[in-house]
Design a protein around this ligand. Sequence first.
Ligand SMILES: [Zn+2]
Length: 165
Amino acid sequence: MSVRKTWTVLHRCGHEVPHDLSNRPADRRASFARWLEERDCSACWKAARDEDGAGKAEWLAAKRAEEQQAAAEWAEQFDMPPLEGPEKALAWAERSRHQLVTAAYSALVTEGSWDEGDWAALEDTIRTLTRAGWWLDQRAAEGTDLPELLDAATSDDVGTENPFR
Ligand SMILES: [Zn+2]
């Protein structure tokens, strides 16, 4: 008696695909074929996975570009100096600075007890901190921590250009 080795499976996606099940135990082939029927064929599974990956990367790139634009506009509006550091870290550091400083403003001024004068003084200090790496190091910090972080910054973190031009 010949044992059936090739099963034509009608997959969930509608594709009929022959599967060679000879590497499975003979008595398990029928149930494995049924298990396959409940799934997409491998071509469809791969296509869906690749599309997910591409879609996610695209979405992330678009989100980054948007954040970058917002950070650049903000730096312009508040006269924030360009950051200094390795080229590949600059964009990320600028986004990081924008996020932390705006978070600090809403925590300390909008929702907190600081007045605009207090904030203006802090902003002057913020302008002196131009080392990209410093802002990257603070990327996970809370807005309320910013004054303390600025106090702890060292002269290495302060820019070479005079911000009070
Ligand atoms: Zn398919």
